[in-house]
Design a binder for this molecule. Sequence first.
Ligand SMILES: O=C(O)CCC(=O)C1=CC=C[C@@H](O)[C@@H]1C(=O)O
Ligand SMILES: [Mg+2]
Length: 353
Amino acid sequence: MVTSAADPPMTAPLPLPRPSLAEILDGAVAVSLPMRTRFRGQDAREVMLLRGPLGWAEFAPFPEYTAPETAAWLAAAVEAGWSGLGEPHRTQIPINATLPAVPPEQVEAVLWGFGDPGSIPAVKIKVAEPGQSLEDDLARFREAARLVPQAGLRADANAGWTHQQALRAITALAEECGERIEYVEQPVPGVEGLAELREALQARGLAVRLAADEAVRKAEDPLRVARLGAADLIVVKAPPLGGVAAAAEIVRASGLDAVVSSALDSSVGLTAGLALAARLESLPYACGLGTAALLAEEVVNEPLIPEDGVLAVPHRHGVIAAPEPDPELVARHRVSAERQRWWEDRVRAAYGG
Ligand SMILES: O=C(O)CCC(=O)C1=CC=C[C@@H](O)[C@@H]1C(=O)O
Ligand SMILES: [Mg+2]
């Protein structure tokens, strides 16, 4: 059900109290964290850490994102560092493993990064990687299904299939893994594309749920998916939706189940995702917030790596707060002076007038 309340704007204004640009940039430092496995076409993740009065925050729109899109990411960082992430209504969040588009022989090593594979509640498997085939995807699925027989399975195509390719692939996945498939995330581009595919799947009697990701986080109107009945659930990430409060409101107004996922954040940024998961009224699926496991280096001494299939929500003095970055780790992974200026310019552009 979609409420008739006014839709939240895509680029939320900075939350109050609105810090000045100088306050935001004071102590801001950009770092480059190498990845264990190539993911989303990246071998290293660059993020900018901001030091707010209420704790550390992260500003990390992907390199191709430009203002005004990045304004939502800055609003999310300002919320974390200057307004605060609130109290933990849940203390532990179930976490899915995230499997990049690796060959079957690498699947086991990646899964161990998310704790004992026997404790993993669900695995999200990247599919439709450019240059790979449906056979490659099925082989990766088969291997994950074999290694974690207790886990639910999800595919994430990042809008990489056409309608026909998606029908073929989802039919094959359903034949292979049946009821273990929890959902398929953004198989095709756009909101209409999802809606058409959902109808076609239903017409074929294929009861595979669809999740919207890019159709929510990159859309002008994140609630359109719900309005058109284009997906069974939505994937929400705090930074592109303007922060924890704004994202929680989108979930509430959508009336759909939600899965909270990371934006491939460091453990500082992941804290906001955990805060969002801790705030939602219902959390029927494990969340995609275990991605510190995909980073080979981190900025904190105890990265947020899941244990027994869960992550504890980090808190200090009764409120949710990111773990403190270690100054030595920050110094080790600092970007060049030129790159630091590039990140500062992005903050300025996101801040706007
Ligand atoms: O959801 C997860 O399991 C981890 C997060 C994840 O998959 C993503 C993080 C960052 C960028 C995205 O391309 C990707 C996604 O599509 O969901
Ligand atoms: Mg996705």
